[in-house]
Design a protein around this ligand. Structure first.
Ligand code: 3AM
Length: 175
């Protein structure tokens, strides 16, 4: 039997301290309309994979294992809004080189498993609020420092009650 496909993506997963600060930011958002992302679902997507057959998961794990990365720190210092997905998000002003390298390596390794690399430039962000109303970008007076030393493969289970995302496996970024 083929087994059920799972909806998967690679992400940076905050530790409890960073998660608490991101959740506090949600509470301070000026927007009132929208659908809050459950605090346990807060993350930064590295690459979205979509529905994956069980037979491809070994290739995906191998692609992740083959990544040679290094730990880095993210400075979450911007709160912004994108009109097309209609989300409010928090993220770093720029992309740290170590993060850019991580995303590119992952995309390259995943091509061997048949996943098309994303054509749009990589924009790291934590979605805080969906289906929201337009808002102006602001710079956070106190940036959130997010030390990144690993990345995870996450299963997405939309529908039902949140949290919707569950980390399945993680890989360290080692010097
Ligand atoms: O990281 P965020 O919350 O912005 O919108 C989905 C979510 O993004 C995105 O992957 C993340 C985890 O679900 N996503 C969903 N479908 C997608 C698709 N077809 C997608 N990203 C790219 N292509």
């Amino acid at each position: 039997m083929a087994g059920a496909r799972r909806r998967l993506f690679f992400a940076l997963w905050p530790d409890e301290a960073v998660r608490a600060r991101l959740a506090a930011l949600q509470a301070e958002l000026p927007q009132v309309a929208g659908r809050w992302v459950h605090p346990e679902d807060l993350h930064i997507t590295l690459q979205f994979l979509g529905p994956v057959e069980p037979g491809r998961q070994a290739c995906i794990a191998e692609a992740a294992r083959a990544v040679r990365g290094e730990p880095f720190e993210l400075e979450i210092d911007r709160l912004d809004f994108w009109p097309r997905p209609r989300i409010a998000w928090a993220g770093p002003e720029g992309v740290p080189p170590a993060l850019q390298r991580l995303v590119e390596q992952l995309a390259r390794n995943l091509e061997r498993c048949g996943f098309e690399p994303e054509k749009r430039p990589y924009r790291p962000h934590v979605t805080l609020l969906r289906k929201t109303t337009p808002a102006a970008a602001v710079r956070l007076p106190e940036p959130i420092r997010w030390p990144v030393d690993h990345f995870v493969l996450v299963e997405s289970r939309p529908g039902g009650d949140p949290p919707h995302y569950r980390p399945l496996e993680g890989w360290a970024l080692e010097d």
